[in-house]
Write a protein that binds this ligand. Sequence first.
Ligand code: ZN
Length: 211
Amino acid sequence: MNRIGKLYFRYGTMGSAKTAMLLTTAYNFEERGLSYLCFKPVVDTREKRNVIHSRIGIERECRWIYHDTDLFGEVRAIFEETLSVPEWILIDEAQFLSEQQVDQLARVVDDYGINVVCYGLRTDFRTRLFEGSRRLFEIADSIDEVKSTCTCGRKTIVNARIDGQGQIITEGAQVEIGGNDRYMSVCRKCWSNKRVEQRRRDTLPFSPEEV
Ligand SMILES: [Zn+2]
């Protein structure tokens, strides 16, 4: 293969329209007659339809990536079967890839000259890097931040996990499935201020309503 591909990582917080960006890219490829495939790691096994969809209402079919999926093997199988490979591969929720799977994608880029674009989160709700994101920061050819704005006007940095009472949670499993927790992307300052405020309230002898 003489084509030269690149491994891209486009990261941002939740709600920064990364998935919409992926779907817009897919649409543009279709307009220009470029071949592509979409992949997405399976996180919630209750998910039945293999599609990537965004809040703006568009969707595209994707192939699932399981914990033991060999992504290089998948592409090689496509090549052996059809004697061709797609020009582009788009990956949603790339933070959930394993380190090995990111390495397999790098090999897909280098051996087949395919451009691989990974969209994902930088960090989890504890502000720690996800495994897939860490590996992408280490070896991607091109890294871009997809920015979004906190309610205070600063850039969002943290994907805060919020419980049923609206409190920020900083402990627990990295991925919570089927729970009542929600996420909110906020800037670092709002994240820190809100936690200080929560701690202060927790140490009051009575809640403000009772006083
Ligand atoms: Zn803020």
